[in-house]
Design a protein. Structure first.
Length: 433
């Protein structure tokens, strides 16, 4: 169920409404993805999802989100697999107040585009000497172009852009549009499977997204993701190339580079600190510790972690700040078992869930230790937020137990049942042996 909050918002606090001619593309109909202005009703109250392109927050924005979580929600900040933030436990009718608070710190640059600003970017770009180039200019340009595009309003809240600095991290996340630096001042673009100049990369990414919308509309398809588009293999690539040519963007056909989908390891990395957030839930104390450690901003990662830039800090200060993050309960050990465990919200937040998967995941971790494959705990068959790549699928069942299977590139193994979290050890051994 969706709670419409737009009528409660003070119009003076938000950008003007679109003209009557600016209608969203057909693919937007029925898209129930929550946002900052369209709240979703869950069992623990309303839920708001705030899009943060590249996962980047200034310190002022981070402090404003922390205050909103305490004043309007359950007090915690919930990280998503796209580097965004969710506020949960919101009271009905708080939409106007939340929108005003977000707009005051620049988190609502466009009311019409706030749900489609899904952009992940290499979180260590420009901080550790890795990658081929800093993607920050791409991020700024793509977000601005996205918010200025009338057509882009038709994208669904599930559509994803990825800006990879060349190291292959976010290129492995299965985004709908991927731009990856190639090291020679150029960038690979998919769909299209072409290389373009680095200067043209942000515009080319938007062209690819708009081409997807045109293709979906021409085929009468209500599709949210590129993978759902009912076209023969390679046809969208050709459509994108034709559109790039029409836009005057030079291109060269090249195969897709391999991506790894590996996030930053916890610890001190270059001129930054990296911390993992167990199950993606940050308390007010942890959020404050992160903002205190940062110099100017935070970078939330698609792996439910936080990169804290500390450019110019001394080595001693970085060590001290990292210890404070560890003391606040964040993971700073690169071999921690928590890095291999994820879960959906489960009970009591979701009515569809068959169990409190987060509590059970923590209990199981105490008894089983570091798993051979990453574990992802799901409260129901929807498997919200489940990862790409090889992992053990831990699915809650109506009888209070769990069903385990290994989801790998070789296919799914046989299914094993466990009566509860303390029986996970034997079940995991049976699955992974």
């Amino acid at each position: 169920m969706i709670v419409g909050m737009l009528t409660a918002m003070p119009t003076a606090d938000l950008p003007p409404s679109p003209s009557p001619q600016a209608t969203p593309a057909a693919g937007d109909r029925g898209d129930a993805c929550p946002g900052a202005l369209r709240l979703h009703t869950a069992d623990d109250g309303a839920l708001a999802r705030i899009r943060l392109p590249g996962g980047i927050l200034t310190i002022g924005q981070a402090e404003a989100l922390g205050r909103a979580a305490l004043r309007l929600g359950d007090g915690d900040l919930h990280l998503t697999s796209r580097g965004n933030v969710q506020l949960r436990g919101l009271a009905a009718g708080c939409g106007g107040e939340l929108a005003a608070a977000l707009d005051a710190v620049g988190l609502l640059p466009s009311r019409e585009h706030e749900r489609v600003r899904n952009i992940v970017a290499s979180p260590l770009s420009g901080l550790d000497g890795g990658g081929a180039q800093d993607v920050r200019p791409w991020l700024t340009a793509l977000d601005a172009a996205l918010c200025a595009s009338e057509a882009a309003r038709g994208l669904s809240g599930r559509f994803l852009f990825a800006l990879d600095d060349g190291r292959g991290d976010v290129a492995g996340l299965g985004a709908d549009v991927t731009v990856r630096a190639t090291g020679d001042g150029r960038a690979w673009l998919g769909p299209g499977s072409v290389r373009v100049s680095a200067v043209d990369a942000p515009r080319a990414a938007l062209v690819a997204a708009e081409t997807f919308l045109e293709a979906a509309r021409s085929h009468g398809a209500r599709t949210w993701r590129v993978s759902e588009l009912p076209l023969p293999q390679g046809e969208l690539d050709h459509l994108v190339r034709d559109r790039l040519t029409a836009e005057g963007i030079a291109q060269e056909v090249r195969p897709e580079p391999v991506g790894s989908a590996d996030g930053p390891p916890p610890g001190i990395v270059g001129e930054a600190l990296s911390a993992h957030v167990p199950l993606g839930r940050l308390s007010a104390l942890q959020w404050e510790a992160l903002t205190v450690a940062a110099d100017t901003e935070l970078r939330l990662t698609p792996w439910r972690g936080v990169v804290v830039p500390t450019v110019g800090a001394t080595a001693a200060r970085r060590v001290e700040s990292l210890e404070r993050l560890r003391g606040a309960g964040l993971v700073t050990d690169p071999v921690s078992s928590w890095l291999r465990v994820g879960a959906c919200i489960g009970r009591p937040g979701c009515a569809k869930a068959h169990g409190d998967v987060r509590a059970d995941a923590a209990r199981a971790l105490e008894s089983t230790g570091r798993p051979a494959l990453p574990l992802y705990w799901s409260g129901c068959e929807r498997r919200c937020g489940h990862p790409r790549g090889d992992h053990v699928d831990v699915l809650a069942t109506p009888d209070g137990g769990y069903r385990l299977s290994a989801a790998t590139t070789a296919g799914t193994t046989r299914t094993v049942s466990a009566a509860g979290p303390f029986q996970m050890g034997a079940a995991l051994a049976a699955i992974t042996s």
